[in-house]
Design a binder for this molecule. Structure first.
Ligand code: SF4
Length: 406
């Protein structure tokens, strides 16, 4: 067995200091901005503002198995059980201060981009009222088929407005010089993250999607900082070394799978062991790829003016046909034997199109497993049902592989 990646310890340390710095932001004379996971963080880094991600905090809550209880609390306040559990975790935690890190430091401003979903608009409005802080909405048009010149012009205007908003609420001039450096570092981190994920093309794969879910935290929260670039270089070296030595993350890897949608944070270990017991490695996923999927649209020398397009074209903001094309690409790139779809009760934009995507994948002739759950609300997960489905799915995969080898 490959054991734990050495970089894991370093990442935990970086995240620990990130949250400590945020906790003492007032003493350090820094401002805090809460921002959505798909939001343009680089201008915040350039302005020395600490970005905080309630979704990353929600994932921590989920991994600590606190999500069900926190969703229940929010439902008790009157929020529907159908509302995204990241939202409910955040609403609850900002009232009770309950979470693995004792809640998030209060924001000075909120930055919300609707490139991931419409839920975040209402969520951030609620929190802007609660904390009585300004809210900036980075509005990205949906890319049904193509990204038009009008859309480009529109999002570039949003970028200018975003900068005016930051200048107004920090009382400082925007630092364009620093922005250039931050943009380069952000792109470099995305390229490294891409290479990290591509190491899983190797057979056996040196990492699984469960590793990717964990090591994703830095590219989400702190891209644009040097520490992130250094970290992913170290991780990449470690994975490449595993490939040189043919060390797989799963013992005797025989089957390779692709995961779609967010992780089921409170069942990561169980799922990882369950698939490993079938000698199956989840070698890739559509979720973590989202943080390097738009590299081609970023201009290294002019990050700011290309940022709008890149943030608009992310995986959740494009049509179902484009999403299916991305999955088809990964099926071939990682040479997978099956697709595991997490039908996520919380995340409608990720889950609603999955049935249609399955139909669009017919020509790939690949078995698909659907697991019904929620990324942080463990009340929506049935172990016995998931276990029965995984076992049946793996039987189909094994049978097919046997037939192919005849
Ligand atoms: S609905 Fe989906 S994309 Fe929106 S905040 Fe929740 S998990 Fe994220």
């Amino acid at each position: 067995m490959a054991g734990r990646l050495k970089a894991t310890k370093r990442m935990k340390n970086i995240m620990k200091w990130y949250y400590i710095e945020a906790k003492y932001a007032r003493f350090l004379g820094k401002k805090i901005a809460w921002i959505t996971s798909g939001g343009p963080v680089e201008p915040l880094i350039a302005m020395n503002i600490i970005p905080i991600y309630p979704e990353n905090h929600g994932a921590m809550i989920g991994a600590s198995k606190m999500g069900g209880k926190m969703s229940e609390f929010a439902e008790g306040l009157g929020y529907s059980s159908d509302v995204c559990s990241y939202t409910k975790n955040d609403i609850t935690s900002s009232i009770t201060k309950e979470s693995p890190i004792g809640g998030l430091p209060a924001p000075d401003m909120l930055i919300c981009s609707n490139n991931i979903c419409g839920t975040v608009l209402k969520w951030y409005e609620i929190q802007a009222r609660k904390f009585n802080v300004p809210l900036f909405i980075y509005d990205t048009p949906f890319v049904h088929t193509e990204f038009t010149d009008e859309a480009r012009e529109y999002v570039n205007e949003q970028t200018k407005e975003y900068i005016r908003f930051l200048e107004k609420h920090t009382g400082k001039k925007f630092n364009y010089k620093k922005m250039k450096k931050v943009g380069k570092l952000s792109l470099e981190a995305m390229k490294l993250w891409k290479k990290v994920l591509e190491t899983a093309e190797h057979k056996p794969s040196p990492m699984t999607a469960f590793d990717a879910f964990f090591h994703l935290a830095l590219i989400v929260t702190l891209r644009g900082k040097k520490v992130v670039v250094k970290y992913y270089r170290q991780l990449l070296e470690e994975l490449e070394e595993r490939n040189r030595q043919n060390i797989g993350a799963v013992d005797n890897e025989k089957y390779r799978l692709l995961w779609d949608n967010l992780p089921i944070w409170y069942r990561m270990r169980w799922l990882s062991e369950k698939f490993a017991s079938h000698q199956a490695a989840l070698v890739a996923d559509t979720y973590t790829q989202a943080w390097c999927g738009v590299i081609d649209y970023v201009n290294e020398d002019d990050f700011l003016s290309s940022m709008g397009e890149a943030y608009t074209r992310i995986h959740l903001n494009v049509g179902v046909d484009q999403m299916a094309d991305t999955i088809k690409k990964f099926i071939r790139q990682y040479d997978v034997d099956g697709l595991v779809m997490h039908s996520n009760r919380s995340c409608k934009p990720y889950s609603f199109g999955q049935y249609d995507i399955q139909n669009l994948l017919q020509e790939e002739d690949i078995p698909v497993l659907m697991i019904e759950a929620d990324m942080t609300d463990e009340r929506k997960f049935s172990e016995s049902q998931a276990e029965a489905r995984i076992d049946a799915f793996m039987e189909v995969i094994k049978q097919r592989k046997k037939e192919k080898q005849k």
